[in-house]
Design a protein around this ligand. Sequence first.
Ligand SMILES: *[C@@H]1O[C@H](CO)[C@@H](O)[C@H](O)[C@H]1NC(C)=O
Length: 376
Amino acid sequence: MAINTYIPTMLTLKYHVSLPVAVGTLFVGIPYGISLVAQWLYGWPNKPGYKKYIEGLKPRRIYCITRAVLEMLKYLQYGRLYFQWKSWYKNVDNNKHCVKDITFGRRGMKLDLYHSPDTEQYKLMPLVVFVYGGAWGSGERSTYCLLAIQMAKELNATVVCPDYATFPKGNVLNMVEDIADCLLWAREKGHLFNIDKDNIVLIGHSAGAHLCALTTLFLISGAEEIGIETTKQTDITSAIKGILGLSGVYNILDHYQHEQNRAIEYVSTMHKAMNGVENFPYYSPTHRIKKLDEEKIKRIPPFGLLHGTYDIIVPLESSVRFSELLTSLSLKASLYLLPKMDHTEMATDLMAPDRHFYHTIYGCIKQEYSKFMEKC
Ligand SMILES: *[C@@H]1O[C@H](CO)[C@@H](O)[C@H](O)[C@H]1NC(C)=O
C-alpha cells in the first residue's frame, strides 16, 4: 500500500515541476536566449546616455527579435535553390556563358559578367547592372548567378553583378563609390566585352535598389565626395537609360521607423552602415532628389518600381511614396504592386522559370525595360 501511493506521488511531483520548467523554457528561456545571442552578435543599443542592457532586455524587444529570427526559418524553403546556384557557379562548363572575377574600381572589387544566349558576335549588347540587396551588411555576387543568367536571357542583354563594400568593410558612401566605379568600368572597359556603353539599365533589389537610386543621384549632382571627375559623372548618367527598383528602400528615415516598429533597429546594420542617424537624410534618395535644381532633375532617368504586397521587411509604402514623389516632380515612374509576393521572392523567384512569381516579375521588368530602350 505504501509503495502503491508512493509511485503516483513521484509522478505527479515530477509532472508539476517539469510543466513550469517546460513553459518557462519555451516562452522565456528560448526567446531571451535567441535575442541575447542576436543582440550580442549584431550590437547592443549603443546610444550615449542609454541604459542599453535594460533597453536590450525589454520584453517587447525580446518578443519582436525572437519573431524576426523565427521568421528567418522561412529561408529553409530555399534549400534546393541554394544547392542549385552553388553547383551552377562551381561547374566550369557554365563558364562559356559568363566571365567571372573581373576586377574593377578603387577597392579592387570583383564582378561577374553574363552573356545573353542570343549574343551576336561583333554586335554591341546593352548592359544591365544588377545590384543585390542584403541590408547593406551582407550579400555576395555568386548567390545571384542563376538570376543573372536568366535576366541576360529574358532581356537579351549583358548582365553584370558587382560586389560592393558592405558593412563593416565600408559604409554607404563606399558602396555608392563601388557602384559608380562599376559604371565607370562599363564605360571604359565595356567594349572589351561587346558592351554598348551608352545603353545601361540599373536593376537593384532591396538595399541594392536604394544604392541604384542613390548612386544615380550622387552622380547627377556631381558630388565631389565620390572622387570621380565631374565630366565623367555626367558621362555616366547620360548612359543610364532607366532604373528598376525591386522591393527597394528610398527613405531611410521611414525605414528606420519601420525597424523601430519591429524592434530590430539596434540589431540591423542600417544605422551603422549610414554612420548614424544624423546621416539618414543625406543617404535618402527621397531627400537628395528635393535638393536638386530643375536642370538636374530633368536628367534623372525613368524609374520602374516593383513591390510585393506581402513584404514585411520593406513595406510597400516605400515604393508607393517614392513613385508619388517622382511623379510630383514630373519624372517618369511606373509602379507595380505584385499581390501576395514577399520580400525575398522578388529576388529568388527570378532565379528559375519554375519559381512561382518568375513570369509575373519578368513580365513587369520586360515591360519597363523595353520602355527604357525605346527612347534610344
Ligand atoms: C538580341 O540582341 C542582339 C543584339 O542587339 C540582336 O542581334 C538579336 O537579334 C537579339 N535577339 C533576340 C532574340 O531578340
